[in-house]
Design a protein. Structure first.
Lengths: 557, 361
């Protein structure tokens, strides 16, 4: 039950006055308070004899005593006897610094000295944090206070998947199952609340974590399920999921490179929801610039080579490599600076050739086959987009692939989604059918690294999503360990930022955390599992500390 | 709303504004010890050599002997000069208060202190010489009482036979007398309400030698006066008298002097000195020594003096009270017992600031 007792009183001093944005109050001895608790304080009213209520969120707690310095403590222990037991306890109190959130009458006068401070009730907390009047509520976790008041937190859906704002960035160190779990929680919320217009594309980059999201979590307890209820959601796995795995010629492994367990994969095959993606020469040669996204290419010669290769007429990948090999041979008498091939120096072709030969050796670069269709289950990457429909979830496993292939597949699928939304797709009907698409990309720093020279093709695609996606209906849910490693324009376009536990080196060396108060930055280094700080365009405070429930889908151990 | 000066002018008293001058001297709240000389040792049997070790502080688990603490304080200001019937004298205004705090670590938490609101009070006072005359003093009471922003008490003081004294000193002494009235009243109220017992004693900050207050000495059975300072040139001893400073200087940490008898308004008190700080850490030889004072109430006490064991027990409890200290916050930290310091702080926090007080004149 929420307490309505007075828990402290406002203190305004000459050196620490109350202001329109901040106040301090001392806390009664029996009160246990923590940062992010919300309190209310009676204040002046526009109505004569009335009283308004000001709400404030605790930022920092300090304990002070009347000791003038450290020596006061030393002297009070008989000049430094650590075993001394003073009979008297020093006068001291805990002082809370709180950020003013709102006033019930929109009064912005500083709160007066001596005013009583009380816990805010659920309705008050919701109002103070900006959680009322949300038009398209999207569950985002729940808020828990020291007095056991818990309220659900909701994002304004229009600021998550557009059109008012879009994109979510999630950062935090690995190993706490926070970043991915929260992204999956948010997508589960989208599927439960916005199935009619939102589709999801998930790239699996770690183990087999996201390769059985349609199966219930057998470890889920009643308490875990209750946490979902607190968020006004049902604890259930994802529905309408289709999996795409990287193709392998190894039939013993059911023609996939994926690490998904054989039992789970067989189950998915039986249900007809598991496919293997590959690139044939026709489609793949057009996308080679994505294959070299990580290669240092200050003169853009790799991109020029890739564009040239796209025009070559070849039958398979072996032909292509041979054709490129020929470009690496010096041709006597060939005019320099004239003709398309002549524009690209031989040394660049040789470099391109080395990369091409090495990077297309993976099994996903294959030919179209007609036999053993049920075993191979091969799909062009262009077919993936056809499965993206509102309420559906498409999981693309890129974990087994090397980084450069992960970038290629990611960039390719994202480009196709953008093309579909822009009407550039071969299948015009997709534009209407695809709905709003949420793309979840873990390790975002890999796809949109901090700018360090020329933008790569993949980075340009990511910028296009974050800068135009809001209106197009293409939304990026990005996650990374360190925000400082991600392109500033990508971060800057995110209407929602989620911060998990981060190490102090990252916080102190990056400017990305300057919007947090010192206390919030300190809290960020010790956030427990399942807890994070939310910053959202519709909130009326800079950040809210939120908890979210244990995943409801199967997580292979 | 008119200020006090305007109110006085309204009733025909000539006032010359003077500005607000703070008249207080630091640490002057203790009793001036110039009326009751120390007579002789008053302890049965007296300690050999005139001093003894009290046996160290109490075990930390021992319940504190002192539960209530009284502190009186006043702030006096010269606010104007008045002309009346050929006299020209300063108008002194004061805030006078007394605070009582109760200590119970188990019940109150924190520092264990809570004010006893019913016995804590602050008054505003106008201190005026009695030659202004009863009629005019009544007129001042009426005018100020009806129209001033805050309630003021008018305190007349007599100048009769004190022509050699400065009016300012006399006015300040009158403020001090009023403060002692309040202290004595608060102590008696505590005793009469049954709160003071032999294991819940009251500590008065300073001496027990109230000059003009009338009270039943029985109410002071469980009251001890603890003075932070004392005059070192008082002579003590039975036959061969020596100054108290010479006796106290020799005290080691945790040692006390014998109890000395002092007769005051037909009552006997016992006073002794206790060193509560290591002398090596003190800036001077008399630093860290407090003076303790009790009324002798039992017949045997009045006749033969105090029981050394009782004096030792009380002394050990006082020794235990030495920590924590207001070191750094108060120059008198070495002898300022912390509960008394807190009581003083509570009282001072209830005083108006000088600026706010000046605003009423």
């Amino acid at each position: 039950m929420p307490k309505q007792d007075i828990i402290g009183r406002v203190t305004a001093t000459e050196s620490k006055p109350t202001s329109t944005t901040e106040l301090r109050f001392w806390v009664s001895d029996e009160t246990i308070l923590r940062p992010f608790d919300v309190v209310k304080i009676p204040h002046v009213s526009k109505t004569k004899g009335g009283a308004s209520e000001t709400y404030a969120i605790v930022q920092e707690l300090e304990h002070i005593t009347d000791a003038q310095g450290y020596l006061s403590g030393v002297v009070s222990c008989d000049f430094g006897d650590v075993n001394a037991t003073p009979r008297n306890f020093r006068l001291g109190t805990t002082v809370a610094t709180a950020e003013v959130l709102c006033n019930s009458e929109d009064i912005e006068m500083p709160v007066r000295d001596g005013q009583p401070v009380m816990w805010a009730d659920s309705d008050g907390v919701a109002k103070a944090l900006g959680l009322v009047g949300i038009k398209q509520p999207l569950p985002a976790g729940y808020f828990s206070m020291s007095n056991d008041v818990e309220i659900p937190i909701q994002f304004e859906g229009d600021f998550v998947v557009g059109p008012e704002g879009a994109h979510v960035n999630i950062s935090g160190i690995s190993g706490l199952a926070t970043k991915t779990s929260y992204a999956m929680f948010l997508m589960s919320a989208l599927q439960q609340k916005r199935a009619e217009d939102v589709a999801m594309v998930i790239f699996n980059v770690k183990g087999a974590d996201l390769l059985s999201i349609d199966k219930p979590n057998p470890d889920m307890t009643e308490a875990d399920a209750a946490e979902w209820t607190k968020c006004e959601l049902v604890a259930k796995p994802f529905q309408n999921v289709t999996y795409f795995y990287p193709y392998s010629k190894n039939e013993q492994k059911l023609c996939t490179q994926s690490r998904v367990s054989r039992q789970i994969l067989q189950d998915q095959i039986d249900k007809g929801i598991a496919h293997n993606y590959f690139y044939d020469i026709e489609g793949g040669k057009q996308k080679l610039e994505l294959l070299f996204a990580d290669v240092d290419d200050p003169q853009s010669t790799m991109e020029q080579c890739a564009a040239k290769v796209g025009e070559m007429e070849v039958d398979d990948w072996a032909d292509l490599i041979e054709a490129v090999r020929k470009e690496t041979e010096s041709k006597a008498g060939r005019p320099v600076g004239k003709g398309a091939s002549a524009e690209i120096p031989v040394v660049s072709w040789r470099r391109f050739y080395r990369f091409l030969r090495q990077r297309t050796s993976n099994d996903i670069f294959d030919t179209v086959t007609s036999t053993k269709a049920d075993l191979r289950r091969k799909k062009h990457t262009s077919d993936i987009v056809k499965h993206i429909r509102p309420g559906n979830v498409v999981v693309i496993d890129i974990q087994p692939l090397p980084d450069y292939l992960q970038c290629m597949v990611f960039g390719d699928v994202v480009r196709q989604i953008l093309d579909a939304k822009l009407g550039d797709s071969d299948d015009i009907s997709q534009t209407e059918e695809i709905g709003r698409v949420v793309i979840f990309a873990d390790e975002l720093n890999k796809y949109a690294p901090k700018k360090d020279g020329n933008e790569r093709a993949l980075t340009r695609t990511m910028l296009e999503i974050t800068e135009r996606g809001r209106s197009l209906g293409v939304v990026l849910f990005g996650a990374e360990q360190f925000r400082s490693g991600v392109h500033q324009r990508v971060l800057g376009n995110c209407s929602t930022n989620v911060l998990g536990r981060t190490n102090s080196v990252e916080i102190s060396s990056s400017g990305d955390y300057k919007f947090l108060t010192p206390a919030q930055r300190a809290a960020l280094t010790r956030l427990p599992k399942g807890t994070l700080l939310l910053q959202h365009a519709a909130f009326s405070t800079s950040t809210i500390k939120a908890r979210f429930p244990f995943p409801a889908y199967l997580q292979p151990k | 709303m008119p200020n006090i000066i305007e109110l006085l002018k309204n009733i025909g008293i000539t006032c010359n504004s003077f500005g607000l001058v703070d008249l207080d001297r630091a640490g002057s709240s203790e009793w001036e010890e110039n009326e009751a000389p120390i007579e002789r040792p008053f302890e049965d049997p007296p300690p050999a050599g005139g001093r003894r070790n009290v046996g160290g502080e109490c075990d930390p688990s021992t319940k504190p002997l002192f539960r209530y603490f009284i502190d009186g304080s006043r702030k006096t200001y010269r606010v104007a000069d008045l002309e009346h019937s050929g006299h020209y004298f300063p108008l002194v205004a004061a805030q006078i208060g007394v605070a009582v705090c109760e200590r119970d670590f188990d019940a109150f938490g924190g520092c264990g202190m809570k004010p006893v609101g019913s016995e804590s009070e602050v008054i505003n006072a106008l201190i005026i010489p009695s030659y202004v005359g009863d009629s005019d003093i009544d007129a001042i009471r009426t005018e100020v009482g009806a129209k001033a922003r805050q309630k003021f008490e008018v305190i007349p003081y007599s100048t009769l036979g004190k022509q050699d004294k400065s009016p300012l000193d006399l006015a300040m002494a009158a403020a001090m007398e009023r403060m002692h009235d309040m202290e004595v009243q608060a102590a008696c109220n505590l005793a009469k309400s049954g709160r003071l017992t032999n294991d819940a004693m009251l500590v008065i900050d300073g001496s027990l030698m109230f000059r003009n207050q009338k009270f039943d000495i029985v109410d002071f059975r469980n009251v001890i006066g603890i003075a932070k300072k004392f005059k070192p040139d008082f002579s003590v001893g039975d036959k061969k008298k020596i100054d108290v400073g010479s006796v106290v200087r020799k005290l080691g940490y945790g040692e006390r002097t014998t109890v000395f008898k002092r007769t005051f308004r037909s009552s006997n008190t016992g006073s002794w000195f206790l060193r509560i700080r290591d002398p090596k850490m003190m800036p001077n030889a008399l630093g860290g020594v407090v003076k303790l004072e009790l009324f002798a109430l039992e017949d045997v006490e009045r006749e033969s003096g105090f029981d050394p064991d009782r004096v030792d027990v009380i002394s050990r409890h006082v020794l235990s009270e030495r920590n924590v200290t207001p070191y750094g916050a108060d120059d008198r930290w070495a002898t300022h017992l912390y509960p008394v310091y807190l009581t003083e702080q509570y009282l001072k926090s209830r005083f108006m600031s000088a600026v706010a007080f000046k605003g009423m004149f």
